[in-house]
Design a protein around this ligand. Structure first.
Ligand code: 4NP
Length: 163
């Protein structure tokens, strides 16, 4: 069965769709499309059904990545259905765990920046009310974090297969 990743931010129109599409890009490069599946969601209902933000798509396009998808809201069932849930910031992290009333899924939830090898930031900053440089920064941080995340998954899955 494929390993299922869910990327979560507030609106699901900037950071989490970027993470999802960057990760899909890296997965394709690695030839692991059958092994790892990605999706994204927002903790708010502000932009349900909307495509990724134009400013975010422009920043991703500069790095050769096209953003696809439509915003949806995070649901309790996502906690059951996904293997690993990656929050962009601490507020997202708290809002995800708020749905986990019994604390059953806490181990599946983490901050995506924990996987970055070349950045010391702990969170992916919300770019929505800022300038274009904030969107470029999101892409930089997510490229680094997603590369680290893919290395982590590949290594831990190899370890699991050995056991
Ligand atoms: P995201 O960015 O959480 O990265 O999708 C935002 C999108 C919309 C809003 C805030 C952040 N908003 O307030 O509408």
């Amino acid at each position: 069965m494929a390993y299922k990743l869910l990327f979560v931010c507030l609106g699901n129109i900037c950071r989490s769709p970027s993470a999802e599409n960057i990760m899909n890009h890296l997965i394709k490069e690695a030839g692991l499309e059958d092994k790892i599946i990605c999706d994204s969601a927002g903790t708010s209902s502000y932009h349900i059904g909307a495509p990724p933000d134009r400013r975010m798509s422009a920043a991703a396009a500069k790095r050769g990545i096209q953003l696809k998808g439509n915003a949806r809201k995070l649901q309790v069932s996502d906690l059951v259905n996904f293997d690993l849930i990656l929050a962009m910031d601490r507020e997202n992290y708290r809002d995800i765990l708020y749905l986990d009333r019994e604390g059953k899924y806490e181990d599946k939830v983490t901050l995506i920046c924990n996987f970055a090898n070349n950045h010391s930031e702990k969170e992916v900053p919300d770019p929505y009310y800022g300038g274009q440089e904030g969107f470029d920064k999101v892409i930089d941080l997510l490229l680094d974090s997603c590369e680290g995340l893919l290395e982590h998954i590949v290594t831990s899955e190899v370890d699991r297969a050995r056991q």
